[in-house]
Design a binder for this molecule. Structure first.
Ligand code: ASP
Length: 581
């Protein structure tokens, strides 16, 4: 009864529709139970499990099996005995009565039990990744990832985009993170850079007339890692010609409308749009989580001449804003001290608090501001009885980042995010340039090919910090899923952008010469976007770590526990490359 491998059913595909069929299945032993006169075995493949029964003359075969042995079995699909059906499993009503069992390989005792519920450390899981990926929850993340990519490819194909591959061994790209370098053997002392994104090539493809480009592209950035960052990651990278921001919004809203419903998430047909400025003022973040309130309130004007020096000077030299926490007056002194500790890493000295209760107002500022002074702050924030007002005064950057983080922290802690709610939005009108006091110059907030808003172009020399960009980010539930921009296509604007960034002609030539050269012979207006695939899958799968949706990820110290990369190389290899360590 040998079957072609391609006709063989997956374990979890068998249902009552297969009753009576003689079939062959393959998989790994998840668990064996001996019931005297019967042996039950759960057989697992990437789709899930099916129950095998070894009876009569097959019992001794069943008794020999242990976890993770690899089997090929033949048998008949039958209904489980009364009272034995398991409605939690797709195959829960059936079992296979085994008539032949071929143990293809025997497994040693694995270092952890292969089950969704595991208490194995992540280190152990990464080291034994093949076992880890055998866990159904991990396999289902890979399935989801595949389905999303397949659907995205279908979508872009329908939209007449071409998938074009771009080089991995290349030159530094303009995203501005640290590069990974690869030494050249042929050109000793010279290096390739791994691409931080296909940015220059996708623009080049527009000059080449491709018009609509997409790539599931691997990108490399040598940055400090966090839970949602990896040194190599995947983008759905998009670029198109003769388009505006509106076309990008339409495209990505269309794509999300195809992808997210796979996990029962229905994005709206059009996403709300918020300007960067509005995001910062209301949420203290350029990737706001709008699923709950706790918006920032303006308190600056109240501080003038209020008598509290710290607030007065913060309002004068920086900003004073607050968050009203409904019902927050119940927070203990210790909890409030905890909030001060929470904001310190963001550069704030602490949080000033005001409580309004039935007994009146309490606040550490009461001695200086008096009851009335305090009341003015609470009233400005719209406080009612039982509420708490948290205030930070500092430089604008610190106020935004500290209150932005505090808001997200409180939203989570106070369970303010309604179950099952998902918010999608566009952030628009980013600043074109960002001033770095450390470096004493402006940097491109996105990258140097991002176009300024036409109405702000005149400010590029006089007030560079005030110029807004034709850049946009797409945000879901407080997570940036992607970003892009309409690009500069005029040589004079590009020159002014380089000048604002302090990049002279020679440097521009050295870094981006090949693109600028191509631009001389007819460049179409163009723009694009890149979506972070790993993050998107992480959100869709409801996971907290990006590592759970990448087959072979690196740890937060950028090493691969499976292969032990990075690792030393032998002396001969170094010599061939002309390198000394
Ligand atoms: N290359 C940009 C990035 O990776 C995205 C874009 O501008 O299309 O952030």
């Amino acid at each position: 009864m040998a079957m072609s491998a391609w006709d063989r059913p997956w374990c979890a595909s068998l249902t009552t529709e297969n009753l009576g069929q003689e079939i062959e299945v393959v998989g790994w032993v998840r668990r064996r139970r001996d019931l005297g006169g019967l042996v039950f075995v759960d057989l697992r493949d990437r789709t899930g499990i099916v129950q095998l029964v070894f009876e009569t003359e097959m019992i001794s075969d069943g008794e020999k099996l242990s976890s993770e042995d690899v089997l090929k079995i033949q048998g008949t699909v039958r209904k489980r005995a009364d009272g034995q059906a398991n409605s939690d499993l797709p195959t829960g009503e059936i079992e296979i009565r085994v008539s032949a069992c071929d143990v293809l390989t025997q497994a040693e005792t694995p270092p952890f039990v292969v089950e969704d519920d595991t208490n194995a450390s992540e280190e152990l899981r990464l080291k034994h990744r093949a076992l880890d990926l055998r866990r159904p929850v991990m396999a289902s993340n890979l399935v989801l990832r595949h389905r999303v990519v397949a659907e995205a490819r279908r979508f872009f194909d329908e939209m007449e985009f071409l998938e074009v591959e771009t080089p991995i061994l290349t030159k530094s790209t303009p995203e501005g993170a640290r590069d990974f370098l690869v030494p050249s053997r042929v050109h000793k002392g010279e290096f390739y850079a791994l691409p931080q994104s296909p940015q220059l090539f996708k623009q080049m493809l527009q000059v080449a007339g491709i018009g609509r480009y997409v790539q599931i592209a691997r990108c490399f950035r040598d940055e400090d890692l966090r839970a949602d960052r990896q040194p190599e990651f995947t983008q759905i990278d998009v670029e198109a010609s003769f388009i505006t921001e509106e076309d990008i919004y339409l495209l990505i809203e269309g794509l999300f409308g195809r992808i997210f419903p796979m996990m029962g998430i229905d994005p709206p047909e059009t996403f709300p749009r918020l300007s960067y400025r509005e995001c910062m003022e209301r949420f203290g973040s350029d990737r706001p989580d709008t699923r709950f309130g706790l918006e920032l309130v303006e308190l600056g004007p109240l501080c003038e001449g209020c008598g509290f020096r710290v607030l007065e000077s913060a309002a004068e030299e920086g900003r004073v804003k607050g968050i009203l926490v409904p019902g927050g007056a119940a927070l203990s002194r210790k909890q409030l001290d905890g909030l001060t500790e929470f904001v310190k890493p963001y550069g704030a000295a602490g949080v000033l608090w005001f409580k309004l209760t039935g007994e009146g107002i309490t606040s550490p500022a009461k001695k200086v501001l008096g009851e009335d002074g305090c009341r003015r702050f609470l009233e400005a924030a719209g406080a009612g009885e039982g509420d708490l007002l948290l205030v930070i005064g500092a430089s604008e950057n610190v106020v935004f980042s500290a209150l932005g983080a505090l808001r997200v922290h409180l939203g989570g802690e106070r369970k303010l995010i309604p179950d099952g709610r998902h918010d999608f939005l566009w952030v628009t009108d980013f600043p074109l340039l960002e001033y770095s006091a450390d470096a004493g110059r402006f940097f491109a907030m996105h990258h140097p090919f991002t176009a300024p808003l036409p109405e702000d172009e005149a400010l590029m020399e006089t007030d560079p910090g005030a110029v807004r960009a034709r850049a946009y980010d797409v945000v879901m539930d407080g997570v940036e899923l992607g970003g892009g921009s309409i690009r500069i296509h005029r040589a004079d604007t590009q020159r002014r952008m380089f000048a604002a960034l302090g990049i002279d002609g020679a440097e521009a030539e050295e870094r981006f010469g090949f693109l600028l050269e191509a631009f001389r012979y007819g460049v179409p207006p163009h723009g694009g976007i890149a979506l972070g695939l790993d993050r998107m899958i992480m959100l869709m799968a409801g996971r907290d770590s990006i590592r759970d949706v990448i087959a072979f990820p690196k740890t937060t110290s950028a090493s691969c526990l499976l292969t032990d990369a990075p690792s030393g190389v032998d002396a001969l290899q170094l010599k061939e490359l002309g390198l000394k360590i």
